[in-house]
Ligand binder design. Sequence first.
Ligand code: ZN
Length: 248
Amino acid sequence: MKILLLDIETSLNKCWTFSLFKAYIPPKQIIEPQRVLCWAAKWLGDDTVFYRNWNHKDHITKIHELLDKADAVIHFNGKAFDVQHLNREFLLNEMEPPSPFSDIDLLQTVRKRFKFPSNKLEWVTVELGYEGKIQNRGVQLWIDCQEGKRAAWQEMKEYNIRDITELEPIYYRLLPWIQSHPNYGHWVEVCDQDDRVCSKCGSTNIRKNGLERRTLVPYQRYRCKDCGSPLKGRIKVCNTPKPTTRAA
Ligand SMILES: [Zn+2]
């Protein structure tokens, strides 16, 4: 399974406005609409990081090419943000939609499975013991990039790439907790019915881990020794003696 890590940065809308405080700005006052300023991406398990900004000729075509090859894409809130911004660019550039891929949105897992004081990537990475995002000058960095300042672009590139390289270890830490992950079993050839493949990482290094008795008929449980994911067998376990209760 080809899994792509993705993070984009968007530009600021450039607008006319009378009011400075809590202004409603109608779309006709937009001078330059928001665009994908830059993006960084890498294949899971590969060292090469791809980066483009809007000064590159293949800014949009390169990310389209990568997404088209991906079976799944890891991002942090990318389903509602990164992917939709890119889709708009593809449409505006009269490009076809990339081939369908599965979204692995780590923000969804952080929100659903844990109670951090903040669900922001910056907070979660530091709590988990990683370096965290590169601190930047805030909105001024975006303005400087849009005004074409070379040093600002370098700063933005480092910031964008760090987000991608931090996302990879976070993905591995969260992997056993991800509930809707594309199934590696669809990509791995299994010769024997007894061969078990971890649906999360494709490993065959798994062990039996008791029975799941949440239904009338129990199922075999497994645990992946590589990624730590709990797994449920597909076949019901028959003729299993029910746990005995001690006689009074
Ligand atoms: Zn696994």
